[in-house]
Design a protein around this ligand. Structure first.
Ligand code: ZN
Length: 180
């Protein structure tokens, strides 16, 4: 089943229950997905003089979260991100917002999520820096992931940390030694 059909079926009940708590961006996104490839975004007409074919196609919404029209762009984005990967090991670390704070974060999303991302960055950086065996600055990429309502509802940050084995070259009287 497609997402826009689910929204169409439950939109009224959903907005009655959650509409006042939704941000403008969330409302606009839901409407964009609902209206994707409908007359709201206009249409183009294709006519072929050679075979007398006539067809019409509605335009896409272009919303970055729309599964109807953004699959191609998403695939391109993923390919671009994969080209940026370094040839080292990556580790995935997940932080979950405590359930007691979810309501507060829902009302102050921008501030709360910025604090959460900063706390995750600080925690991982300090951990890596203070570790006796590691003692290094680490690189990371963070993604804020919002889980939908239900038993697993919550806010996660998913962090990709990359690390590599650093080889230290030490110049001594005996020549160059490699310390790993
Ligand atoms: Zn769309």
């Amino acid at each position: 089943m497609e997402l826009n059909k689910i929204i169409h079926q439950y939109q009224t009940r959903f907005q009655e229950k959650y509409g006042k708590r939704m941000t403008r961006q969330q409302t606009n996104t839901m409407q964009a997905v609902l209206d994707c490839r409908t007359a709201r975004y206009g249409m183009m007409a294709l006519d072929c003089s050679a075979c007398d074919l006539h067809s019409t196609h509605y335009h896409s919404c272009g919303n970055r979260t729309c599964p109807t029209c953004q699959h191609h762009d998403t695939t391109l984005w993923l390919n671009r991100q994969q080209q940026k990967l370094l040839p080292v090991n990556y580790f995935m670390v997940t932080f979950t917002l405590p359930a007691e704070l979810r309501s507060l974060c829902w009302h102050y999303q921008k501030t709360a999520y910025n604090i959460m991302l900063a706390a995750v960055k600080s925690t991982l950086s300090n951990f890596a820096r203070n570790d006796k065996r590691l003692g290094a600055d680490i690189g990371m990429t963070m993604v804020l992931h919002l889980l939908p309502a239900g038993p697993t509802q919550g806010v996660l940050t998913i962090t990709l940390m990359f690390m590599s084995l650093c080889r230290v070259f030490v110049l001594t009287n005996d020549g160059i030694n490699v310390r790993s």
